[in-house]
Design a protein around this ligand. Structure first.
Ligand SMILES: N[C@@H](CCC(=O)N[C@@H](CS)C(=O)NCC(=O)O)C(=O)O
Length: 203
């Protein structure tokens, strides 16, 4: 089994943090996405969408998509549960992780991909107005998150989950995206300090 990734990129980091929380070690293979490694024939055969991370199982089967890869590891190693427990708990984690991914993470990524000059060869066409629009979306998502964290230790409730991983990676990605840290959102800051101090965040 191996994971093909670009180590510093945000989606591979989500999987890296997830594995660290599970205490799992999986061999990694580095590809440089900025240098065009994902466009190669061998990588495209594994993932025609030319994105990392990709998990390749020992029998050759492939799983792409960060959350799908995390779900695979949740099944093979259920503890600690990072997708929630029980019918309500699992649904709650799903709800919050979707909000963090479709809302916050995608908004930060859109700012980066549509405004950063280095992304011009990967995000074609770059649409500046979309990048600018997403700056407001990031602030709105942070405001919602701050409200949630006013009375919740973690994003999906009392336990650390994949929703915290998605949001942590999104917020850390704000800096390269040229966005200001969420310094006016006290609850987000409290939570961010806590999740950043976990050893898994060093991934
Ligand atoms: N939905 C995919 C997104 C994967 C993705 O966009 N990965 C980025 C790195 S963070 C990538 O491979 N970018 C290459 C490119 O844009 O050409 C997932 O969750 O794994």
């Amino acid at each position: 089994m191996r994971i093909i990734e670009t180590r510093k990129a945000p989606n591979p980091r989500r999987v890296g943090i997830f594995l660290a929380e599970k205490g799992l070690e999986v061999p990694r293979e580095e590809r440089n996405l900025m240098a065009g490694d994902l466009k190669s024939d061998d990588f495209s055969a594994l993932n025609p969408r030319q994105r990392v991370p990709v998990l390749v199982l020992d029998d050759g089967r492939v799983i792409a998509e960060s959350v799908a890869i995390c779900r695979y590891f949740e099944e093979v190693c259920p503890e600690p549960a990072l997708f929630g427990t029980g019918s309500f708990g699992k649904a709650e984690v799903e709800m919050w992780n979707r909000r963090m991914e479709l809302g916050l993470f995608n908004a930060v990524a859109s700012v980066f991909r549509h405004l950063h000059p280095k992304m011009a060869h990967l995000e074609v066409p770059q649409v500046e107005v979309w990048g600018q629009t997403n700056k407001d979306k990031v602030q709105l998502e942070l405001a919602h998150l701050d409200e949630r964290l006013a009375d919740s230790a973690f994003i999906a409730g009392d336990h650390y989950s994949i929703a915290d991983i998605t949001a942590l990676v999104a917020i850390d990605f704000m800096k390269p995206a040229g966005l200001r840290a969420p310094d006016t959102f006290g609850n987000v800051l409290r939570w961010h300090r806590e999740v950043s101090s976990r050893p898994s965040a060093a991934v």
